[in-house]
Write a protein that binds this ligand. Structure first.
Ligand code: FAI
Length: 509
């Protein structure tokens, strides 16, 4: 028989919110309720009859709650096969109550870790009884329906209401699938907490929220996003984000993370690289100067600001076709203007930390690395030439270096007065990257006299500083480390350029 009328439910939940309508419904349907300490009190306070689980086990909750439902009479009630004669006989022999529904909400392990609690508090939040109840009930889905998270209360309430207390095999299997999702995610979180220092060379990733995308990078590829987009952004307007939009948004927030505490800064990105970036006294001017970096590439771009977008800025943005706008907030008038294009995606970026570990597929496995969290600062600059950069050039060198770090290698970034003039991105040689940047800057009529140059990695030969010098560049930032560094230094000394070395390479492949 696939449809089953529920006669008894065991309820043991950490968060009691949202439980009331379920308890009332089950009571109305004549279902006998069994429960543990806090949950039992909650139910009793609603004026509803409930059997303490201690009455079944003949044991009190012991060891500070570490053992309360862990008992053969509880697990027998869940795991027995109702179509198995021997099981049925044993249920009678040991006076075990049949349980048809199990409702659990686990101790909040992940939240406790995230709160920075002590190790002892974290260990106490490893749920043992609850996870065992979930696994048992889900295993025996042929006879038992398992609700494994408060997020499923509404779904369960609908099922039980529509079925008038009866559940179908299909429903029970569906809830069992959800249950194993919860239990495996929970165990992954515990393992990752214990394996923080990667003593075990094992990778366990668990994302409980997934989204089917319209398609992947191209329309003939399937695409999915696994992550909690809503935790990071509030979407105010626009079409569904595509696979490529998500990649660009990722690049944009990582880049803007470098300018979080700076003056108003605006960036425009295309294909994960910035084509415009400027820091100014107002966000309006920052936008205007970012756009000037490359008004052609900006078409269809991703826009990001580190401060609220106001009306004058929105009026300018509105003239441009762009896919996504991201900011910490928008003035009411700005939002009204930006919503003027139906498909334009408007996001508020919430204050959420991005992962410190990066993962990507490689061959038949995955590559994992720490995020490049090193931002070059004034203290990191080691002047290696006779001529030292001016204070203004130092500001520009840091500005260019931050951008360089978030641009596809090989890259060269040219900047002046905290404005991106042009960059060479993703080239197979540094000389190509530089030539691309110079050509681009000139095509948008930038005067490179007095501009600075940033390189994501060392110069293997002095050719780059020579080309840069001829274009008018006066100051250079690079990690150093080539056996031929001295040739570049000599060229700078002979031609009046300043060069600083940071000692930190910022490849981005
Ligand atoms: N120890 C046990 O036997 C046990 N059985 C159920 N729990 C958990 O206890 C919590 C509910 O406790 P209470 O009803 O006392 O507030 C739930 O999160 C449930 O997952 C247990 N606690 C932890 O393992």
């Amino acid at each position: 028989m696939t449809a089953k009328k529920a006669a008894a439910a065991l309820i043991s939940v950490f968060h009691k919110d949202g439980l009331e309508p379920i308890v009332k419904k089950l009571d109305e349907l004549g279902v006998t309720l069994y429960s543990t300490g806090g949950t039992e009190k909650f139910i009793r306070d609603l004026g509803i009859d409930v059997v303490p689980v201690e009455d079944v086990t003949s044991y009190p909750s012991i060891l500070g709650g570490r053992v309360k439902t862990l008992h053969p009479k509880v697990f027998g009630g869940i795991l027995n096969r109702q179509d198995n004669e021997s099981d049925v006989a044993q249920m009678e022999e040991f006076d075990i109550p049949q349980l048809d529904i199990v409702i659990v909400d686990l101790y909040p392990f992940e939240k406790t870790v995230a709160s920075g609690a002590s190790e002892q508090d974290i260990i106490e939040k490893i749920d043992i009884g609850g996870i065992s109840l979930i696994r048992a009930a889900a295993k025996n889905f042929k006879d038992v329906l398992c609700v494994s998270s408060m997020e499923d209360y509404e779904d369960f309430l609908n099922v039980i209401s529509e079925g008038n207390g009866t559940t179908t095999l299909e429903d029970r299997k569906r809830f069992a699938t959800k249950a194993f999702n919860i239990s495996s995610h929970y165990d992954t979180a515990i393992f990752n907490y214990f394996n923080q220092n990667h003593e075990e060379a094992v990778l366990k990733i668990s994302e409980t929220k997934g989204q089917v995308l319209r398609y992947g990078e191209n329309p003939h590829q399937k695409g999915f996003f696994f992550g909690d987009f809503d935790a990071m952004f509030s979407k105010l307007h626009g079409k569904e984000l595509s696979y490529n939009n998500l990649l660009d948004v990722d690049a944009a927030v990582n880049l803007m993370g470098e300018f979080k505490n700076d003056d108003p800064t605006f960036a425009i990105l295309k294909h994960n690289n910035a084509c415009g970036l400027a820091t100014r006294n107002t966000i309006h001017q920052a936008y205007v100067d970012a756009l000037a970096g490359d008004p052609v590439s900006a078409f269809g771009g991703i826009l990001i600001s580190n401060v609220e977008i106001d009306k004058p800025t929105a009026e300018e943005i509105h003239k441009l076709f762009c896919e996504v706008v991201i900011a910490p907030s928008y003035s009411d008038e700005a939002l009204e203007i930006l919503k003027g294009k139906k498909n334009r995606i408007i996001l508020i970026q919430n204050e959420v930390e991005l992962p410190e570990t990066l993962v990507r597929t490689c061959l038949n496995g995955v590559l994992v690395q720490d995020k490049d969290s090193k931002t070059d600062s004034k203290e990191d600059l080691n002047p290696v030439t006779d001529k030292k950069p001016t204070p203004g050039e130092i500001e520009d060198l840091i500005f260019a270096s931050k951008l360089c770090k978030h641009t596809k290698s090989n890259t060269i970034v040219l900047a002046k007065n905290k404005q991106l003039c042009a960059s060479g991105t993703g080239q197979t040689s540094r000389v190509d990257a530089l030539n691309q940047a110079i050509h681009k800057a000139k095509s948008f009529e930038f005067d490179l006299k007095g501009a600075v140059m940033a390189s994501d990695a060392f110069f293997p030969f002095p050719d780059c500083v020579e080309i840069a010098d001829k274009a008018g560049i006066k100051s250079v930032i690079q990690p150093g480390g080539s056996i031929k560094d001295q040739l570049s230094i000599d060229y700078c000394n002979e031609n009046g350029l300043a060069m600083v070395m940071t000692g930190t390479r910022h490849f981005k492949h």
